[in-house]
Write a protein that binds this ligand. Structure first.
Ligand SMILES: Cc1cc2nc3c(=O)[nH]c(=O)nc-3n(C[C@H](O)[C@H](O)[C@H](O)COP(=O)(O)OP(=O)(O)OC[C@H]3O[C@@H](n4cnc5c(N)ncnc54)[C@H](O)[C@@H]3O)c2cc1C
Length: 276
């Protein structure tokens, strides 16, 4: 197993922000993952693609475990087995090429299958969980178990343990239907901001979108150091310079304060933040 010492965490974060980590592990199979989780338990920081994750400045002493080398993918009939480090792009592509419906709700979302399941990621109205048959999980004591009943909520699977792999049961669909769905998704994507970002910063509160509230509070185009609120989508921060973690904290705290004062709504972070 590869282990990186004193690793620059900007390399693991989509927004390229963060200090360093003393130890970063890259398990290559279930046995190695179980050993790491049994050893480190709740202290372990699990990282997929790092596209929805931010790290504070300073030296992180907690062990980081990156799933990048857990990338086995198998398809048999309508069933698709994916280890958690498989990229969402590859999973979607594999399903589409096999004429299977069910993974396209991840179309254009960067990151890994583990991160997508953990955060119930999706584009459009379909959910990954409608097609999820079984998860192989590792509890924080290192115990392995399977799960086949799920109660996902908006941007939260409710799963606290480590996702090792997932098996999906997909449906057949015709090429013409899949092409039409992908065209719709392309339109949604085309409207999203360009540049280095971490996607949505805040979750949408009940009945509103965070982007609308931040826009109405006058933040579109506002910058803190190297981070700027996108003019196209106010819930996205774009890296426009040498951004540091403090820029993110300043932006988040100012936006939260103003949205609370104007609309009496407390915005909750969608992006996951880890402190040294
Ligand atoms: C340009 C852009 C567009 C985006 N569009 C969308 C969108 O349309 N819809 C959407 O929902 N999101 C979107 N996102 C956000 C992000 O890509 C998704 O949330 C993605 O699913 C995160 O996956 P990841 O592997 O990068 O997770 P990471 O950022 O690595 O991790 C996110 C969380 O999941 C946990 N995690 C990761 N792997 C595992 C595992 N194997 N077991 C247990 N926990 C794990 C981590 O500990 C962390 O808490 C977008 C981001 C960008 C940059």
């Amino acid at each position: 197993m590869k282990i990186n010492k004193n690793m620059d965490l900007t390399l693991l974060s989509g927004l390229k922000i963060g200090g360093s980590a003393e130890n970063v592990y890259y398990p290559e199979n279930k046995k190695e993952m179980i050993e790491l989780i049994a050893k480190f338990g709740v202290d372990a920081v699990i990282i997929g693609g790092g596209t929805n994750t931010l790290f504070s400045s300073g030296v992180h002493k907690k062990p980081f475990i990156v799933t990048a080398a857990l990338n086995e993918i198998r398809s048999l009939g309508n069933s698709l087995y994916l280890e958690s480090g498989v990229s969402t792009a590859y999973a979607v592509d594999t399903a589409l090429r096999s004429g299977l419906k069910g993974m396209e709700c991840l179309w254009g979302i960067p990151g890994t299958i583990g991160g997508a399941i953990r955060g119930n990621a999706s584009i459009g109205s379909d959910s990954l969980f409608s097609h999820l048959k079984e998860l192989s999980l590792i509890g924080l004591d290192g115990g392995e178990y399977q799960m086949d009943k799920f109660t996902p909520e908006y941007r939260d699977s409710g799963i606290k343990d480590v996702i090792f792999s997932a098996e999906f049961e997909l449906e057949n669909w015709s090429e013409s239907v899949s092409a039409a769905v992908i065209e719709d998704l392309k339109e949604i994507r085309a409207a999203q901001p360009k540049g280095i970002s971490c996607g949505s910063v805040f979750k949408n509160p009940e009945g509103k979108t965070a982007g609308y509230l931040i826009d109405k509070a006058g933040f579109k185009g506002r910058s803190w150091g190297g981070l700027t609120v996108s003019k196209e989508h106010a819930n996205w921060f774009i890296r426009t310079g040498d951004a540091v973690f403090e820029d993110f904290e300043n932006g988040v705290s100012e936006i939260r304060k103003e949205v609370l004062a104007l609309f009496d709504i407390e915005l909750e972070l969608e992006i996951k933040v880890y402190y040294a």
